[in-house]
Design a protein around this ligand. Structure first.
Ligand SMILES: [Zn+2]
Ligand SMILES: [Zn+2]
Length: 180
């Protein structure tokens, strides 16, 4: 995982001072919970760090695209990311809230905060589309793209039966028309 270091020396002294952030974060390829998370391009990060007196408040909009794996058909699909990171950064001696991020010195790495909020954006049930037909449990073909004999057998039996019934009707009518 790459870092995104922001130098906060300009805003550390004075409460109320604001530092704008306009940056990009390249997360590359990550394995998370045994699954690949891929990013086509760096995430764009736009926002501010504000000295609130005693803490730095990060407020940033994150945009980008993540490539996830469908849990049903195992194909990759793209999901747009657009979320806000709000976090409180404090020095080691001010660390009172459980959600606080701790920083030391004049350099703050905001990639941890982006990452933490990013994970909330990843759906537990990952589907390429809704509904995804998934893979055939018999032969393994992707049923979104192909049909197979095993999956279609029930359906073709039904349509065959329907064809037979229509054929009977056809015969009936043609027999009748012959009599007329
Ligand atoms: Zn799928
Ligand atoms: Zn099949």
């Amino acid at each position: 995982m790459r870092f995104l270091i922001v130098n906060v020396s300009d805003i550390l002294q004075e409460a109320g001072s604001v530092l704008s952030i306009q940056n990009s974060l390249n997360l590359g390829n990550i394995t998370w919970q045994g699954e690949p998370l891929r990013f086509k391009e760096p995430l764009s990060i736009t926002g501010t760090l504000t000295n609130s007196g005693g803490a730095l408040i990060l407020n940033a909009d994150i945009r980008g695209k993540i490539i996830l794996q469908c849990g049903s058909c195992l194909e990759s699909f793209e999901k747009n990311l657009d979320f806000t990171v709000k976090a409180r950064l404090v020095g080691p001696s001010n660390n009172t809230e459980p959600d606080d991020f701790v920083f030391e010195g004049v350099e703050v790495d905001i990639s941890d905060m982006v990452w933490e909020f990013l994970l909330l954006e990843i759906p537990i049930r990952r589907r390429c589309k809704d509904p995804c037909k998934g893979l055939c449990p018999e032969c393994g073909v992707n049923l979104n793209r192909e049909t197979c004999q095993c999956a279609g057998s029930e359906e073709s039996d039904q349509s065959l039966a329907l064809d037979q019934r229509l054929q009977v009707l056809k015969d009936y009518f043609s027999a009748e028309s012959k009599e007329v």
